[in-house]
Design a protein. Sequence first.
Length: 263
Amino acid sequence: MTQNWLGLDGKVAAVTGAGSGIGRAVAIALAEQGVSVVMLDRSLDSLTEAANAVSAVGPDPLLITCDVSDVASVENAASQAGAVDILVNCAGISRPGGIADVSVDDWNSVLDVNMNAYFFTSKAFGKGMLERGHGSLVHIASISGRNAQGNSGAYSVGKAGVLMLSQQLALEWSARGVRSNTVSPGLVRTPMTEAYYNVGDVAARRDKAVPIGRVARPEDIAQVVLFLASDRSGYVTGADIVTDGGFTTTLMSSVPRPGYDEK
Ligand code: NAP
């Protein structure tokens, strides 16, 4: 395998939510491959910190503060970015609340950032890709898009929407040279989820729940994004790569089955 097997050197990628967690790791991993990264997030402070890590391993990134849930802000960012080969949608939020109690504002906020924004960015950055006849869209979904995550407001609903948005984009745009795929992480330790890991033995229990033996690092997700961003996945579109260390294979383990217990 050659060093530049992915062939991403010289490409331009826009990454949303690039100031933190998975988006930050994606920006760094792309830069390591020689990609010029356009980093979008709503906070300039987090973008600046992440940009230092990106510059340390690859081309200096372009930083754009952008509220991805605001269509005008996204269109402005896309025009500032210029020609982009790859879009990675990572920005996301979570809000607690069961269906009986969640406020309409929290419900809508989650859908605005986690789903509607993915439509805004795909449309704004995809326009140039369609004109040039080449591009790759990679959206961070979640295993929660296929498995209802309780007491999390619209989180699962939004992720299910992203899975279908990506399939629809693939259906409509693949013949025009633009592929669309999702990555569905399982449990990942990031600033979004860090608070859970600091409670009692939650970190150890979460590691134990995953067949691979540990919760994911943001870099584990970024490596899968690289493949989908690159032409090495040129025949892959409308697909979802579940990247959960095997966690979603564990359903049958919760069923008591006397005589079949693990020795
Ligand atoms: P994170 O560390 O909180 O990063 C998300 C980034 O998106 C933050 O910098 C956040 O800014 C930014 N963002 C939020 N709303 C925005 C907006 N309106 N405009 C622009 N940027 C905005 O979270 P993460 O864990 O890396 O999550 C990345 C993606 O992976 C999300 O889509 C998440 O749903 C998904 N995911 C995460 C996990 C997990 O276990 N961590 C599992 C499955 C899927 P602020 O910090 O200012 O909010």
